[in-house]
Design a protein around this ligand. Sequence first.
Ligand code: NDP
Length: 298
Amino acid sequence: MAEAARIDGKGFADALRARIAGHAGEFVQATGRKPGLAVVLVGEDPASQVYVGAKARACHEAGIASFEHRLPAETSEAELLVLVERLNRDPEVDGILVQMPLPNGLDEQAVIAAIDPGKDVDGFHVINAGRLSVGQEGFVPCTPLGCMMLLKDRLGDLSGLDAVVIGRSNIVGKPMAQLLTDANATVTIAHSRTKNLPDVVRRADIVVAAVGRPEMVRGDWIKPGATVIDVGINRLPPTDDKPKGRLVGDVAFTEAAAVAGAITPVPGGVGPMTIAVLLRNTLVAAHAHAGLEAPEGL
Ligand code: NDP
């Protein structure tokens, strides 16, 4: 059997970002201001600092104003809520992203609940989760929406396909399963208590792995020809030739690529889509705030 096609998330994300930049330019002409994203980082978690920096750069390149708020780890919940409230009222701010995880002692759910659902471009607010579950328009979390874009681009109509989502988190697994259901796939959600996981995965035409366990999904779990979306980002311990440690997904890539029809690499697959969709959601929010129709084809 031929090697699986690589699903080029990086290329897809670059093209989406270029379209967003074009629409952001038109938005400035129509309204006299840029779409704006406020990113709030509390504390000094190194991975979060990298993500926040990448988000600010991506905004800049797309013509979206980025407002960064870096707060010390000792920030109280009350102080953080005051900032969120201020950003909710700020007419320059269309999207608000509070980088997770928050330092111990800060209640993530309380902070998410304080964000105006119309500015919740991460799609984490219960109002947006509820809208997704009942099929109303709202903000959908960036990573699963990005996965869905890649799947539709690759497969077109997903009707009747068997999909297995491994992982049931609020930010990836659950919304992913909802999006696949809405696209008429037949969906199984697997998790740490699932029995015979390899057999469950073997049934799937579409596998989405969002577990956080390096290379857990083996090649012999994959149905020949299946489409595999690997959300996992895991850093392996440093070695002599990779002093920073190699990045791997939740899927054993080489084994799975020998069986699958198509597969996302790590890095370069789902990761770049997450940021591109964040920009997309911010652009959509800006149009709503300006009373304009969101651009088509995003
Ligand atoms: P969570 O830790 O919130 O959820 C992990 C899920 O995996 C849980 O539902 C858990 O089950 C399940 N799980 C754990 N162990 C097993 C097992 N042995 N067998 C089956 N299921 C298992 O993670 P996230 O959803 O936040 O993230 C998942 C991965 O995706 C991580 O590697 C993360 O880094 C990556 N990620 C990547 C993004 C990107 O931009 N590409 C964005 C977000 C996340 P249970 O519920 O039973 O505990």
